[in-house]
Design a protein around this ligand. Structure first.
Ligand code: AMP
Length: 544
């Protein structure tokens, strides 16, 4: 027997229409690419999204057609987030930090018909233009006064494009499983792969992120997503902001600690999200200011994800801003939020040291996400916080197949997706990432976690960034090599670093060597690029 409740589809359109009705005065602030702060409201964003939808229809964008963006976090990008999926078309947000060949691959693979781009990316596109085949129009996301001189053909100006259009649109009644947004993985091996989110998966992910045990976003917040809208939908925060009507602050192209700090302070942000390198930039800027007591700022939570949050970073952020750090884990294939670290009621009486030990875990899966760890034969392992194995996840916002790659079977027999991460799960369900399966160091039949070693090394006061890679070893198979980017103006030695590690790690984890570099390579999403480090040190040999 079926229930008799209404079968309303879960659509991004319902989030937009809800905001247009109930949050029309909710504020959206952007550090504009053209300079200065731009202020608008959800009411205005939804009207302009309707205008954009009409303009797209006139440009021949039909249901199922792909529109790509290469853009920073801004109100215009937000309009594209709404107009494109709500008219039944497919939004593809491209990470401009990918290699040119990967960008070309994504444009071709997604069959993008139009590319919307910020002024910043015009030179990049000019260089690629000869090799782009399917894109019929390039829309530059600015007004007439700021249109650049360019060698690109078929260009349009965003503001001119939408200006003449009606500000109401008859949004189609879509099936909730209609494809909405496609994000490509950064493709550290092979070509990028497409994760194709549906309206339904996006709305369910959005409900989940707003819940109190997850990011807990509410109407009373002011949210500053520094994580880019070109990387996994800025962790879903644009939709969470629109759904709750909270004030949304978008940092634009200015990825400096100074901009983050000024927005945090002047716009009175309560939640901000980003990868660890963002917070290092914020802290460096804050520490450079005179009389640096920032404990009065409105900021309540910093959400750290994308890479492991080291205890030293958590402590620095919490102390400097009198705020809480929420460690979160996810991936492009999980929309992305798969776990968030919040303490449980029973943790209230823990000591500070115990709270920190809990905080560095990647957190518990929210309702909707199921996790297990398995060994190399797919056999489930103990949830005892000690055993570690391949992390497998399933849930309504987890991928079931890559876009146009049905031949790749990426799920196990029970429908779990293999994340490629190695982790533990404790009895309460807190998950700890031990490593990426390809980064873990296999020494004498045991595993050494590169993340754990890096986390400890980062506590040394002269260390800005630390990376550990495995180097082939005749006796032990692999041994750890620690590579350090020192804090500017300091010159730590190998002996300093090893003395610091002594007693904080198991003796046999001690790196066989410590090297110092001037610049740490990063991926397109701000993580340390271990593939490059492996390439640089491929001929490296330990001396003893
Ligand atoms: P991406 O698809 O680019 O978002 O990358 C996802 C990968 O980033 C995950 O599979 C993890 O390896 C890594 N990752 C994300 N969040 C964390 C975290 N909090 N700690 C450690 N690694 C993380």
């Amino acid at each position: 027997m079926l229930g008799l409740m209404q079968d309303q589809p879960l659509l991004i359109t319902t989030i937009m229409n809800y905001a247009a009705l109930y949050h029309r005065e909710g504020e959206v602030v952007t550090k504009a690419v053209e300079g200065g702060l731009h202020r608008t409201t959800y009411g205005e964003v939804s009207r302009r999204s309707a205008k954009l939808a009409h303009a797209l229809t006139k440009l021949g964008i039909n249901q199922g057609d792909c529109v790509s963006t290469m853009a920073w976090n801004s109100y215009r990008h937000l309009e594209l987030y709404l107009a494109v999926p709500c008219k039944g078309s497919l939004l593809n947000t491209i990470n401009p930090r990918l290699f040119p060949d990967q960008i070309l691959y994504i444009l071709a693979h997604s069959e993008a018909k139009i590319l919307f781009l910020d002024l910043t990316f015009v030179p990049l596109l000019e260089k690629l233009a000869d090799k782009i085949t399917g894109v019929e129009k390039f829309v530059i996301m600015t007004d007439r006064a700021h249109m650049p001189e360019t060698t690109l053909d078929n260009i349009l100006c965003y503001e001119e494009l939408i200006a003449p259009e009606e500000d109401q649109y008859d949004w189609p009644d879509l099936d909730e499983n209609t494809a909405a947004i496609i994000c490509y993985t950064s493709g550290t091996t092979g070509e990028p792969k497409g994760a194709l989110y549906s309206h339904r998966s996006t709305v369910l992910h959005c409900f989940s992120t707003c819940s109190k045990d997850s990011l807990g976003i509410s109407n009373r917040d002011t949210i500053l997503p520094i994580v880019p809208m070109f990387h996994v939908n800025a962790w879903g925060t644009p939709f969470a902001a629109i759904m709750t009507g909270c004030k949304l602050v978008l940092p634009g192209a200015d990825m400096t600690g100074e901009n983050f700090f000024n927005l945090l302070k002047n716009e009175e942000c309560t939640i901000s999200l980003g990868v660890p390198t963002i917070w290092l930039a914020l802290l460096q800027y804050a520490n450079s200011l005179d009389g640096n007591d920032f404990t009065d700022l409105a900021i309540e939570s910093f959400v750290i994800g994308g890479s492991a949050a080291a205890p030293s970073l958590i402590e620095d952020l919490e102390k400097t801003f009198d705020a809480t750090v929420l460690h979160a884990w996810g991936m492009t294939e999980t929309s992305p939020l798969g776990s968030v670290n919040r303490p449980m009621a029973k943790h209230a009486s823990l000591s500070e040291a115990e709270k920190m030990a809990l905080k560095i875990k990647q957190g518990r899966p929210p309702f909707g996400i199921e996790m297990k760890i398995v060994d190399d034969d797919g056999i489930e392992m103990a949830r005892d916080g000690v055993a570690f194995g391949r992390l497998m996840v399933r849930g309504p916002w987890v991928i079931k197949a890559y876009f146009k790659q049905p031949e790749l079977n990426i799920l196990d027999d029970d429908g779990y997706f293999d994340t490629g991460d190695v982790s533990t799960l404790d009895t309460d369900g807190y998950m700890t990432i031990v490593d990426r399966s390809k980064d873990v160091i296999k020494s004498g039949g045991e595993w050494i976690s590169s993340i754990d070693l890096e986390n400890v090394a980062l506590g040394q006061p002269q260390v800005a960034e630390a990376a550990v890679i495995g180097i082939a070893h005749p006796k032990w198979q692999e041994r750890p090599l620690l590579i350090i980017l020192p804090i500017p103006g300091t010159s730590p030695t190998k002996a300093d670093i090893l003395a610091y590690l002594d007693g904080k790690i198991a003796k046999w984890w001690t790196p066989d060597d410590v090297l110092f570099i001037d610049e740490m390579p990063h991926t397109a999403t701000g993580k340390i690029q271990k593939r490059d480090l492996r390439e640089i040190y491929k001929d490296y040999k330990f001396t003893d």
